[in-house]
Design a protein around this ligand. Structure first.
Ligand SMILES: Cc1cc2nc3c(=O)[nH]c(=O)nc-3n(C[C@H](O)[C@H](O)[C@H](O)COP(=O)(O)OP(=O)(O)OC[C@H]3O[C@@H](n4cnc5c(N)ncnc54)[C@H](O)[C@@H]3O)c2cc1C
Length: 421
């Protein structure tokens, strides 16, 4: 795989080095899905992020942002990465306005650290930590969500302001605490899920939720897909206001359905009891989350060819039975939100690429017939080469136009996103 080193002239190196306090050559462990960056720049503040991007623009360098690098291999490999822009130095939680239920934080702060700060005030940023150690910037850029999206939605519903640095080095703000809006675009909505291709997030402001005083998980083992689908439907349509409805499923066609109830102790006890009646006598009620927690159904520590093929599946809620059945036929494990119609599937790393491609097609057909999609978020290189990672993408022309306006030279994370954006 190519690196950006060849395009880095001595003058370009110097320009980046003088833009930012910490700059070094890319080395082992800096690869972005096999592409080794020429330089790693670790800015200390927003000004230095802007300086690095201006230097990159002046010398025609490509730039890939990195938060905490917990899953930098996801998406498509970048065509080139002259500079890896490591934002982990921007790690401060800037302000916790507990009375207003708001937190402002730098993008390199870990989600877990933000939770710790706001947790002291009995509040939380309602985003599950699906990959331990993820940063705020990476969470936004990858649009992470977990079980609790049933109750509180996703980053899109929680983000109230954002500061980004554009590819040309211009700092732009949108939403809460506005200094300058970028006319015509809702910047916050655009950067969510943009995989580092539109702008570098330097800070973000979110609305918070109070931590519920009581919680119960009601869990039942299930051994066929139709039953899992029916139980999930029963819970969603009952008056129990679940915070999460999770399914955990094996390729053998069995698994569990778990429901989270949150609120005041007396109300939660009554709602948990109602859910237990819906799920049947075998259901258990407890305060512990299912063993898998909010994480994905694959080994998050695996790298290179040892990675599973990881998929994000979406579907209307009534499609769960068919999606689980298709996953079984494809040999995939599934975990995710039956209550939101967003689940994750894993195919083992030792399967030949053609077999994985056929399994992806099968899952894609099942999701498509229920109004959704199946996107390969991570996979070994041979699989990424053999499958259509993103699948059919509506509105690609519009996305290209947005990319062209924000990053006309296509220097930010080139090729990471749909259609080679
Ligand atoms: C293309 C793609 C799609 C994904 N889809 C999902 C999904 O649908 N659901 C889900 O739960 N998880 C998804 N993930 C991944 C998951 O959310 C990540 O594991 C987690 O967010 C990584 O956090 P991190 O701090 O380690 O960021 P990293 O792994 O370092 O970076 C993740 C992505 O964000 C970019 N990025 C990091 N920091 C910044 C910044 N400050 N400004 C701009 N860009 C930045 C990186 O270039 C990279 O593309 C996806 C990841 C990618 C790359």
């Amino acid at each position: 795989m190519g690196t950006g080193t060849d395009t880095l002239t001595a003058t370009a190196r110097e320009a980046v080095a003088s833009a930012c306090a910490q700059v070094r050559d890319g080395g082992d462990g800096d690869e972005v899905d096999g592409v080794r960056p020429g330089l790693v720049a670790r800015p200390a503040d927003t000004d230095q992020v802007a300086e690095v991007l201006r230097a990159a623009a002046a010398h025609g360098l490509t730039v890939v942002p990195r938060g905490r690098g917990t899953k930098l291999s996801w998406g498509t490999a970048p065509r080139s990465a002259d500079v890896l822009l490591d934002v982990s130095g921007l790690d401060r939680v800037l302000e916790h306005a507990a009375g207003d239920l708001i937190v402002a934080t730098q993008a390199g702060a870990r989600l877990a650290d933000v939770q710790q700060v706001v947790g002291e005030g009995g509040q939380w940023l309602a985003l599950d930590e699906t990959v331990p150690g993820a940063s705020i910037g990476g969470t936004l850029a990858a649009n992470t969500s977990g079980p609790r999206r049933v109750a509180t939605g996703t980053a899109r519903d929680l983000l109230i302001g954002v500061t980004v640095v554009r590819a040309d080095g211009v700092v732009a703000k949108a939403g809460g605490k506005v200094v300058k809006n970028v006319a015509g675009y809702d910047l916050g909505k655009l950067v969510i899920g943009s995989a580092g291709t539109l702008a570098v997030v330097v800070d973000a402001t979110f609305r918070l939720h109070p931590v519920a005083p009581a919680r119960r998980w009601v869990t039942v083992a299930v051994d066929d897909a139709a039953r899992a689908g029916a139980l999930s439907q029963d819970v969603v349509h009952a008056q129990v206001v679940p915070s999460a409805v999770e399914v955990d499923w094996t390729p053998a066609g069995d698994g569990s359905v778990s429901v989270l109830l949150e609120g005041r102790e007396d109300g939660v006890v009554a709602r948990a009891d109602a859910v237990r009646r819906l799920l049947g006598d075998a259901a258990t009620v407890g305060t512990d989350a299912p063993a898998a927690g909010a994480t994905y159904p694959w080994d998050l520590t695996a790298t290179g060819d040892l990675r599973a093929t990881a998929l994000k599946l979406t579907f209307v809620l009534s499609g769960l039975t068919d999606v689980l059945a298709a996953a079984g036929a494809a040999g995939a494990s599934v975990r995710g939100s039956a209550g939101a119609g967003v689940a994750y599937a894993a195919l083992p790393s030792d399967r030949p690429a053609e077999e994985v491609a056929a399994a992806v097609d099968r899952l894609r057909a099942a999701c498509a017939s229920h109004g959704g999609t199946a996107v390969v978020v991570d996979a070994p290189a041979a699989v990424k080469a053999a499958v259509d990672v993103w699948g059919p993408v509506p509105a690609l022309d519009l996305m290209r136009r947005v990319k062209d306006q924000f990053d006309p030279d296509h220097r930010l994370s080139p090729g990471r996103y749909v259609g080679g954006i």
